[in-house]
Ligand binder design. Structure first.
Ligand SMILES: *Cc1c(COP(=O)(O)O)cnc(C)c1O
Length: 365
């Protein structure tokens, strides 16, 4: 927290809007529209819920298929399966770690040949680096398939001068506790399509018809964000630029301290944008470095320093055993060697020194 959230929370208590309704929600949505460049925003309980609503709006259900990133977090995929549709996974491009446009073209051509095109495509902006949205859109536009950007990790990142997600039919953002800014949980669905957002808004409030008695012509969800959390979100959003600067400085600090080590490389930054460097991720080549990813992770853990492997690809997840995946070797290799280093905005120079000393100690002497 920056400290400014507290004054906003006091305002919430003063007005007694301690509910999933109230003026902070509108303020948070307007501020997010301003930051992202999307015309319309809807604040909900999580990024996962935002994706669920977008897919529901597109009418996705049993019998449908939806393309998703193979290398991502489950929240960007689970709603596809929960709606009864089949997820089809597409591997990452080694230059960006995000969905490979040529493999997406293969996936859609394969669907066209079978007369069963996916109903949507959901790429991910991985670790705060945007996917190559224009290249992916060129593929989806040829088949008129809507693209929903999972920008949960990419708030504050840009792609060709636009905010992450902008240019997709809709984008989702997350304010979960581990993200670059947080409302203590929460998500946002953003789109230039007013109809999409208004339908999602209705669905997020139990699909109540606008009549005094309670009437429902379809089933919705209780997904609206609390006005209390929206106040925290408003306060946090004001600090976004600072946080991106800080995360990028942390990335640079690791590079400075570890860049000379043989066998260690950093997640590349694509030439088309500016990543928010939500997490600093490295690859460890055991033959060159002299230790593998797990040895380094456990050495850090022994010093009470938490580091995690990068996301395990979806096609390797037991819950998706047997699922179709186009490619898959890139994500598998990244998972085998990839480590997310401590990256919290509060990390100081002394912390960086201490972490890097442990990593350096694992290297071949
Ligand atoms: C965090 C995250 C989500 C889900 O967001 P929640 O707010 O935690 O539901 C979805 N996709 C990716 C890639 C994420 O990192």
């Amino acid at each position: 927290m920056t400290g400014d959230e507290l004054a906003l929370l006091e305002g919430v208590f003063a007005t007694n809007y301690v509910a999933p309704a109230g003026p902070m929600l509108g303020r948070f949505e307007a501020a997010m529209a301003e930051v992202t460049g999307f015309r319309h925003c809807l604040a909900v309980v999580s990024g996962t819920a935002a994706l669920h609503l977008a897919l529901r709006h597109l009418g996705i259900g049993p019998g449908d298929s939806v393309v998703a990133a193979d290398l991502t977090f489950i929240g960007g995929v689970a709603p596809i399966a929960q709606l009864g549709a089949e997820p089809l996974f597409v591997d990452a491009d080694p230059g960006t770690w995000c969905m490979d446009p040529s493999l997406l073209a293969e996936a859609l051509a394969s669907g066209a040949r079978q007369g069963r095109l996916p109903k949507a495509v959901v790429p991910c902006d991985l670790y705060g680096q945007t996917c190559d949205l224009d290249a992916l859109r060129a593929v989806t536009d040829a088949y008129e398939i809507p693209l929903i950007a999972d920008s949960a990790e990419a708030l504050g990142a840009t792609y060709r001068g636009r905010h992450a997600g902008k240019g997709a039919r809709a984008a989702l953002f997350s304010f979960n506790g581990n993200k670059i800014i947080t409302a203590g949980g929460g998500g946002m669905l953003a789109s230039d399509d007013a109809t999409l957002i208004e339908h999602a808004r209705g669905l997020s409030q139990q699909a109540r018809q606008p009549v005094p008695h309670y009437e429902h012509i379809e089933l919705g969800y209780n997904y609206r964000l609390s006005n209390v959390l929206a106040a925290i979100g408003v306060g946090q959003l004001a600090a976004l630029d600072d946080r991106v600067r800080r995360r990028r400085a942390i990335f640079a600090g690791y590079q400075q301290r570890l860049g000379d080590l043989e066998g260690i490389t950093f997640m590349p930054e694509a030439g088309y944008g500016r990543a928010n460097r939500w997490l600093t991720c490295i690859l460890i080549e055991p033959m060159k470095f002299g230790a593998d990813r797990e040895v380094v992770r456990l050495a850090l853990e022994a010093q009470a320093i938490e580091a995690r492997p990068i996301w395990r690809p979806m096609h390797l997840q037991p819950v998706f055993a047997g699922a179709t995946c186009f490619g898959g070797a890139v994500g598998e290799a990244l998972f085998g060697q990839g480590l997310c280093l401590p990256s919290g905005s509060g990390l100081g120079e002394v912390d960086l020194d201490r972490i890097c000393e442990v990593i350096r100690g694992c290297a071949r002497l």
